[in-house]
Design a protein around this ligand. Sequence first.
Ligand code: 6R9
Length: 660
Amino acid sequence: MSDLETAKQESRVFSPPAAFVANANISGMDAYNALCAEAEKDYEGFWGRLARENLQWHKPFTKVLDESNAPNYKWFEDGLLNVSYNCLDVHLKNGNADKVALIFESDAGDVSKISYKDLHEKVCKFANGLKSRGIKKGDRVVIYMPMSVEGVVAMQACARIGATHSVVFGGFSAKSLQERIVDVGAVAVITADEQARGGKHLPLKSIVDEALALGDCEKIKDVIIYKRTGGNINFVAGRDLWMHELVAPQSNVCEPEWVSAEHPLFILYTSGSTGKPKGVQHSSGGYLLWSLLTMKWTFDIKPTDVFWCTADIGWVTGHSYITYGPLAAGATEIVFEGIPTYPNAGRFWDMIQKHKATIFYTAPTAIRSLIKAADGDAKIHPKQYDLSSLRLLGSVGEPINPEAWMWYYKHIGGEKCPIADTFWQTETGGHMISPLPGVTPMVPGSCTLPLPGIMTAIVDETGHDLPNGQGGILVVKKPWPSMIRTIWGDNERFKKSYFPDELGGTMYLAGDGAIRNKDTGYFTITGRIDDVLNVSGHRMGTMEIESALVANPLVAEAAVVGKPDDTTGEAICAFVVLKRSRPTGDEAKQIATELRNWVAKEIGPIAKPKEIRFGDNLPKTRSGKIMRRLLRVLAKGEEITQDISTLENPAILEQLKQAQ
Ligand code: 6R9
């Protein structure tokens, strides 16, 4: 039985512990229902109340939602605020100046603690540094940094002066970085000399040099470098400057730039089904409201918590649940530079024990790989560690299979911690569907119910509602404050991708399939309905990988599909036709390695195909369309039972069956 079938038939139910419910920020199903009813009754009133109660406004908004230019919705537009002010200054004013904001643990295990006051000072000084370089409100700044206090500072400093940041994950190649710098029209890049991961030093600054040398980056005036390892770098006079030298002479007072709630806080690139990555643009007010509220609702954040989200700031999870949400909530949070398997696969458990983490938020792919490691080595099994500080667990990025859910619940949560299986996306800004820890009875593998105010539904291809028990397309029927505002530079693509005419043009199309349980109405996500793969929780477009492959001089044609993988959820499988004859044996292996490295250079190591199969051709219809559904079956290693009568070249299937 597939994981999905198991999930659909899952009947185990785990109720939140009574003690948790009693103290929860949203306590009990009645409280949840009351919030949902409030939103149902007066949608704008609901969001307006929350925005007034939860954020500090420099100038209050007078209108909640402007739908006049739908689907380019505007929220709280005439209100003025500053995101960094809401994340830092408010806590200094509330007597929490000395509270620890960040517990930073380096790859090597060194720990430093930064108070809200220290963080505020660092952000103000760096913000003044950026201003001294002429960087101002509305400018775009690319951040290509390791997990670090300085990474958070860089993002917050941009927010403070109203510059829009675009963080590029440190694992992306020079080419991917350059494409993003060009598309977003950045005026500066903030980077580090190197990053430390798993005991190794990996370059960052030299990749920035390479990216800028690829051309079209004339707008870049400054490359600001955080000295992380002290490794050798090439220093370009007049363009490059050290972060510490820029910051040293700056004042620690920096008046925040008050911006409209609709001012773009950041642009984050993510993969779509077609073409190049999309620059997802987020707002300031609506986005901040939801990252803060979901901290309170989904993560039940309390002043005494030690919150740990293991994501990287290069992904949306790191934006919402490292840089913005936890700080807006005034929480103490862990920022981790390293990887879960260094110095051994007990690292996460060791850190939870050491820092007495109370809330732990990670991805199923990490859980699955740590299950394997714990099974193989009793010394690093979680039972060797004191994890009793934990009170809540979270999961994000991909469906969590019931088996991994049970292990997480039992071995990490000690059967006393609720698990928030949070379904959301880069485009949604924050959680959409998730159990609330003091409310929702949990079913392994189901993300259960939408958060109050989030109007999710399941419809067919024409936008009609489907009854519970019938799988269909996941949509959101009403706009919500933290939703994507546009695709940077391509509003038409925004409308087409997310509000397609086939669905009436008013529903947000998530791109995932889903089904609701007949009895409970619980949602289970059945996976992407487009050509987007989810590898270790990272979104990858099949077209992106195919374009990278065909850019190689050896390759004539390529088709990429996903295949199920025990650890990474999905794995990338590429079917490749070379311009020369089909290689076999050692030669095939060698060319496959070459192509894998090529993709790593073109996109980044995360996009390397796990498997490459060579054929004389690809299975095509008579009209020349590649039949991907057949390739998916072949990749899985299953027999083809589908109708292949429209196939032009059936013989090719036999050849592609065998992995090289
Ligand atoms: C936050 C994030 C979004 C895609 C999304 C879906 C998958 C995320 C999930 C989940 C099932 C969950 N996804 N969380 N699927 N259950 N709890 O991951 O954003 O990188 O944009 O990916 O990830 O397919 O559409 P992003």
